[in-house]
Design a binder for this molecule. Structure first.
Ligand code: HEM
Length: 187
């Protein structure tokens, strides 16, 4: 139920870059581990050699039926063998965003920013999963995770570049961009 992303000294993914896009960064760590658990274990002491972010997959908030069907017909799941590149992009939106009503947010998210409509063409190359963490008292509202093959790296840059220019993104007050590659164990 809880997915934990831990930046530290070991893990299944090697961190290639950590770019602060907006707001306060997190310290660079060489490795990222991604684990699932039924409960969140509190770190015993805050560590200078690690950071930890937790989120839960949740229900859809904005996606309408036709969009859901369209997404399901083209999207790929996580864990594809060829998808050895990934990005963890934690995002926090501003108080102004959260003060809007659900209807007002949907207007900005889709009617004016076309988050779903414009992102559709990046499927199935980019596999994705959204985790919510606003209600867990975490420093971010969302943890977004994307997996793709190295051949689609520039396609992914195009996608994030496009979304960051939308009206929706004017409400993003903290964003980090952590890029990783799958650790391959050689014999
Ligand atoms: C692969 C292409 C993408 C598709 C098809 C896609 C699709 C979606 C959909 C359908 C939702 C709405 C979920 C709901 O109904 O609650 C959503 C939410 C979200 N997406 Fe994307 N997305 C894509 C790429 C991205 C990227 C690259 C980022 C970050 C740089 C991102 C960040 C977010 C965030 C933060 C939310 C939550 C918005 C909120 O609830 O306020 N997405 N996305």
């Amino acid at each position: 139920m809880f997915r934990t992303f831990r930046g530290g000294q070991s893990g299944g993914w090697r961190v290639t870059s950590m770019s602060p896009v907006t707001g306060e960064p997190l310290p660079f760590m060489p490795a990222l581990s991604v684990t699932d658990g039924e409960a969140v274990a509190l770190p015993l002491v805050p560590s200078r050699n690690a950071w930890r972010l937790v989120g839960v997959p949740s229900n859809l908030r904005y996606t309408e039926r036709a969009e859901k069907q369209q997404l399901e017909s083209v999207q790929a799941g996580l864990g594809r063998l060829e998808a050895t590149s990934a990005a963890l992009i934690p995002i926090r939106k501003s108080a102004a965003w959260w003060e809007l009503t659900q209807e007002e947010r949907r207007k900005i998210f889709e009617d004016r920013s076309h988050h779903i409509a414009s992102s559709m063409r990046f499927l199935p190359a980019i596999a994705r999963q959204l985790y919510h963490c606003r209600d867990l008292g975490e420093p971010f509202d969302f943890l977004t995770w994307f997996e793709f093959s190295p051949a689609h790296a520039s396609l992914f840059e195009e996608l994030v570049g496009m979304l960051r220019r939308t009206e929706e993104w004017s409400y993003v007050e903290r964003e980090l961009d952590v890029r990783v590659v799958k650790e391959v164990l050689s014999a």
